[in-house]
Design a protein around this ligand. Structure first.
Ligand code: SF4
Length: 455
């Protein structure tokens, strides 16, 4: 069996499963957020009754992160609906925007959009917050009401996005009927050259197979090239499995996984027991490929889909209006540090927005010092509009007052993960997906730029 099949066999209580089997699996964690949480709660109450209790109040994790820093009252209300549900159900893990458990959330639009407006429990973008807060464990099943839930596959777990109806059912029962996906195998060999990042690996792969090339399939990444990647890099790759239509992305468990997970679980007081799945010798794949990382170059997914691949050096004539770094894919500490290495000591030529994925990342950037200057200040001094309000921000457009949203047609190079028309705001705007270093280099020139040209 493949890693995904082994994991699902265990979660369904069977000794073996095959691709195509329909099985009931036990949920280890269900995550929801402010956009899909209220709908999920509605389904749960409708199907299980107004007084029903969730199957396990310690396995539901609620992370408001999407439409938070906006004056849109309906979006603010969604956060309040989550808080009321948490109170009623006694849900243990709720990363509220405000500290008062009986309060209401109102965004203060009179303050600068760059200034922090959240309390001490707020955790930022759900997929980045889940591992930081100790909710990702090898060998487990994570369902989330968000398509990029697949990011947690970096931790050797089966993690996938589900709709509100399925999530309402999981809330009531802790189980879900799913079809075992076929597995596509990507064996990574070699090492990345300077200026090339994990984002380039996944953009290259999606370019190979197309934005629907892995539809309802598991994408398994292994080999020595994968072992050499950091956990952040693995997260970037697993995150974008869905951009090829993948059901999930999954990596092998190793010492790096153990170190990350154990540290985060201990730090946050979450469960530390888990059982990873290991590779079998008789894995059967529906697709098998070798990706030589040493041959990859800075890559861009052009408007209008994540599979529309070109090399950054082939796009030097494409003039840009905006650059954006942020999101679960490209807003981690390591992403910002690589971005800053390119930007340091220079000035951006176009509007450049930076949104750290989580408050912890904001802190990291403020405390990391290079030549007596924080990375935060280095970026601000270079002209980057950097906000303390960690969250999804303009990654998916959002209400019109969302930080970094494209409200007019324009061309933007972005470290995010999705570029279908309208994704980051105006439906005639164009989004070009790239690595944080390529975004940085392009911000400096105003054209799509290979970071090796400016390093
Ligand atoms: S940062 Fe973007 S991709 Fe990630 S969860 Fe938020 S909206 Fe989705």
């Amino acid at each position: 069996m493949t890693l995904t099949e082994k994991l699902l066999a265990r979660a369904s209580g069977k000794s073996a499963v095959s691709a195509g089997d329909n099985i009931w699996v036990k949920t280890d964690t269900l995550m929801t957020h402010d956009v899909c949480g209220p709908g999920t709660i509605g389904v749960f109450k409708r199907e299980f009754g107004a007084d029903a209790k969730v199957w396990d109040a310690e396995r539901v994790v609620i992370i408001p992160d999407h439409y938070i820093f906006t004056a849109d009252s309906k979006s603010n209300r969604n956060v309040d609906i989550l808080r009321e549900f948490v109170r009623e159900q006694g849900i243990k893990y709720f990363y509220d925007v405000i500290d008062d458990p009986n309060g209401t959330w109102v965004f203060d639009a009179t303050k600068s959009s760059l200034e922090r407006q959240y309390g001490s429990n707020y955790a930022g973008v759900c997929h980045t917050a889940l591992p930081q807060k100790g909710h990702t464990r090898p060998g487990e099943v994570l369902f989330g009401t968000d398509s990029h839930t697949c990011m947690a596959g970096a931790f050797n777990q089966f993690a996938t996005g589900i709709g509100n109806t399925d999530a309402g059912f999981v809330l009531g029962t802790g189980k879900l009927l799913i079809k075992v996906p076929e597995t596509m195998h990507f064996r990574l060999i070699g090492a990345l050259q300077p200026g090339v990042m994990a984002k380039d690996i996944i953009l290259h792969i999606i370019g190979e197979i197309g934005f629907d090339g892995a539809t309802y399939r598991a994408m398994q990444f292994d080999g020595e090239g994968a072992s050499n990647l950091s956990m952040d890099d693995r997260m970037t790759i697993a995150n974008m499995a869905i951009e090829a239509g993948g059901k999930n992305g999954i990596f092998e468990f190793d010492e790096k996984t153990r170190e990350f997970v154990d540290h985060r679980c201990r730090m946050n007081g979450t469960r530390t027991d888990y059982e990873p799945v290991e590779k079998d010798s008789d894995e059967k794949f529906v697709y098998d490929s070798i990706v030589d990382l040493s041959k990859l170059e800075p890559t861009v997914a052009c408007h209008p889909d994540p599979g529309n691949r070109k090399l950054a050096r082939e796009m030097r004539d494409l003039k840009l209006d905006r650059a954006y770094i942020g999101s679960c894919t490209g807003g981690k500490t390591s992403d910002f540090l690589d971005f800053a290495r390119v930007i340091k000591g220079r000035t951006v030529k176009i509007d450049t927005f930076g949104v750290p994925a989580t408050p912890e990342i904001v802190q990291d950037l403020k405390t990391e010092k290079w030549d007596d200057q924080s990375v935060w200040d280095i970026l601000v001094n270079a002209g980057v509009k950097l906000t303390e309000n960690a969250g999804c921000a303009a990654c998916l457009g959002g209400p019109v007052d969302t930080f970094g949203r494209m409200n007019t047609p324009m061309k933007c190079i972005s470290a995010t993960n999705r570029n279908f028309p309208g994704r980051m705001g105006h439906k005639e705007s164009q989004v070009f997906l790239a690595s944080p270093m390529t975004v940085a280099a392009s911000a400096l020139t105003g054209y799509v730029t290979d970071p090796r040209d400016v390093l």
